[in-house]
Design a protein around this ligand. Structure first.
Ligand code: PLP
Length: 369
């Protein structure tokens, strides 16, 4: 039963359409002013994202991956240090650790919530462990209260990977405000996604913020004085302008995602599959709507035949990636299991009820066979 029109994973054209004129007018102004790097749009975005994430400072940079790398550099993590990361995440979490010369230590995730657990972290600690990077995977926060308590007790630093979770909360506290530093991605498909790459580090520490401002700009705090080896990792003004135009609607976008998730839950709840987890007191922003489902790969073919996109986030856990084959082997059976069984369905704020129903009916039919 093919749908009238295909259903993509994200619908960025619909997302940008209402803002098209306003964005073009803003880009025109930037061209007129010819101020392209580290200007007023970037500063406005930094201020708004830091406020949204309950922190005092935001430092824009070129990507979410760079945000993680800059955060680790700001904490002076480097060769000889170990950093604990979940195995079930996007590769950038571990890549950033390698970029600063430290060693990622892959730890398995909670089978219920797909996030790090304090027990998992504690079991993986050695005398070299300096930091942990909890990932708020799919938009559901990691258990930051417990992880911060452990980090404090053991003297570990905490960098939150908030790439998939802008606006997510525990109680009324936003992600990004728990660790020493929080890292966001503005990759186009993210909950706040631009028209290109971009990222931001947030922190309540004035010292760390100052360090980050120099690190992202060639290690320079004063023009042409380079005190440390830094990076060219700045967020340009056109990207910052686009993100500033999107940001006032972030709550509406999140509500659209949550509404779509509730529709999916209602339409799929009686089937033989595992729905995305919810957690009491946790504000989930549904970057992804991800099921555990048997016969996943054949289901994907059926969905595709019906014009419905789907995706696997992530088919190979970090500890099995060839890029990390030189590390000591890690045992992460839950990450292995999830990689073989998860399936993400279309998820974006504009997803309509009849689209969700159509997707659910294809899944229902497939499971009935
Ligand atoms: C969990 C996670 N961490 C880090 C990143 C890296 O962000 P970026 O693509 O902006 O470098 C992403 C997104 O791609 C991500 O999903």
């Amino acid at each position: 039963m093919p749908s009238a029109s295909p259903i993509p994973m994200v619908d960025l054209r619909s997302h940008f359409a209402p803002l098209r004129e306003s964005i073009l007018q803003g880009i025109g102004q930037i061209l007129d002013q010819a101020s392209f790097i580290l200007g007023e749009q970037g500063r406005a975005l930094e201020s708004r994202v830091s406020t949204l994430s309950g922190t005092a400072h935001g430092i824009g940079c070129a990507s979410g991956t760079d945000a993680l790398m800059l955060a680790l550099r700001a904490l002076e993590i480097g060769p000889g240090d170990e950093v604990i990361v979940p195995s079930f995440t996007f590769i950038a979490t571990a890549e950033a650790v390698r970029y600063v010369g430290a060693t990622p230590v892959f730890v398995d995730v909670d089978p219920r919530y797909y996030t790090l657990t304090p027990e998992g972290v504690e079991a993986a600690m050695t005398s070299r462990t300096r930091a942990i990077i909890p990932v708020h995977l799919y938009g559901l926060p990691a258990p930051m209260d417990d992880l911060m308590a452990l980090a404090q007790e053991k003297g570990l630093l905490v960098v939150e990977d908030c790439a998939q979770a802008i606006g997510a909360t525990i109680g009324d506290r936003p992600v990004g405000s728990f660790g020493q530093l929080g890292c966001f991605s503005f990759f186009p498909s993210k909950n706040l996604g631009g028209a290109g790459d971009g990222g931001m580090v947030v922190t309540s520490s004035g010292d760390l913020a100052e360090r980050l401002r120099g690190l992202r700009n060639h290690g320079s705090w004063k023009t042409y004085h380079h005190d440390v080896l830094g990076y060219n990792s700045r967020l340009d003004e056109i990207q910052a302008l686009i993100l500033c135009r999107l940001l006032p609607q972030i709550q509406e976008y999140t509500a659209g995602r949550q509404r779509a998730a509730a529709l999916y839950d209602a339409a799929l709840g009686d089937l033989d599959l595992v729905l995305p987890p919810r957690r009491e007191g946790y504000g989930h922003v549904f970057h992804q709507y991800t099921l555990q489902i048997r016969d996943r790969d054949r289901l994907r073919v059926a969905l595709q035949a019906a014009g419905i996109a789907s995706a696997i986030y992530y088919p190979i856990p970090g500890h099995r990636q060839r890029a990390f084959a030189d590390l000591p082997p890690a045992s992460c059976p839950i990450s292995d299991f999830l990689s073989g069984n998860v399936l993400s369905l279309p998820m974006f704020p504009e997803l309509r009820e009849e689209q969700v129903e159509h997707i659910a009916s294809v899944i229902r039919q497939h499971l009935a066979v």
